[in-house]
Design a protein around this ligand. Structure first.
Ligand SMILES: [Zn+2]
Length: 88
């Protein structure tokens, strides 16, 4: 799972939802966002955004989606920008 803020450089990201939950509560992420704030996911190595099952992550995602909708920001990243990393 790739945090849209911290893993935008194409790194491996987090290994699972538990790991990702720790990530968004961690210092690195908190330096860019509020502690515990979900800020979007990037497609993983398989090119898919994993479905969330942890209630804490789902709740955080809903807050993020609401704030995103309020700002009326159109997401520009649908994978096309990462086509250069296919040959990893
Ligand atoms: Zn992050």
């Amino acid at each position: 799972m790739r945090c849209a803020v911290c893993h935008a450089d194409g790194g491996p990201g987090c290994t699972g939802e538990d790991d990702f939950l720790r990530h968004i509560n961690g210092n690195k992420h908190a330096g860019l966002a509020q502690r515990g704030a979900f800020l979007g996911l990037l497609p993983n190595m398989a090119g898919v955004i994993p479905r969330l099952t942890l209630p804490k992550l789902i709740a955080a995602k809903k807050i993020w989606e609401c704030s995103k909708g309020a700002a009326a920001v159109r997401p520009a990243s649908h994978g096309a920008a990462f086509s250069g990393t296919d040959s990893e």
